[in-house]
Design a protein around this ligand. Sequence first.
Ligand code: HEM
Length: 171
Amino acid sequence: MVAGAGNETTGRLIGWIGSILAKNPDQRRELAADPLLIPNAVEEILRLEPAGPAIGRYVAADAEFHGTTVPAGSALLVLIAAANRDPRRVPDGDRFDIHRDIRHQLAFGYGLHFCLGASLARLEGRIAMAELLKRFPDWDVDWDHAKLVSTSTVRGWESLPLIVGSSVPVA
Ligand code: HEM
């Protein structure tokens, strides 16, 4: 359980770091220049592209959500990825912004089953981002060969070839 929950998810997080920072070269350069911005940038990536975009629940007792009763015995899919961009809570939620004031995001779930490995996952994300930026401050993605996949639990890059060094086109 811990091996599965701890590997696929953080692997996807690191893939999202690669793709999102490739698409946002100005913010990537800001991060390379000031590593103190990295923890909030990791949080913003978790908000924008949570590695597990949905979680399932079995409804044990009738429950009311926004005026609708979901009867006991139902299967319920909770869309974390949509909630993380809910315009009632997150202004301009489709935009990536490493300076965003993130009060609360749901990539690690909520309540009783809140992710056991959240602190470790955040640490892994910070280290991966910091080391990548240190070694290769500029990169792009070979989008023709990038492959996005979803499983029943995670969504992310199965393949994300990066172009690094002097061959990176200047954005
Ligand atoms: C980016 C990385 C990660 C994401 C997005 C993530 C996401 C989640 C989510 C959404 C849940 C709640 C599931 C639910 O409510 O049904 C969860 C639970 C859990 N996660 Fe993570 N996780 C990550 C990394 C890790 C790591 C590194 C570990 C362990 C080394 C881990 C171990 C667990 C365990 C054991 C649970 C079950 C907790 C329980 O049911 O009480 N996760 N995770």
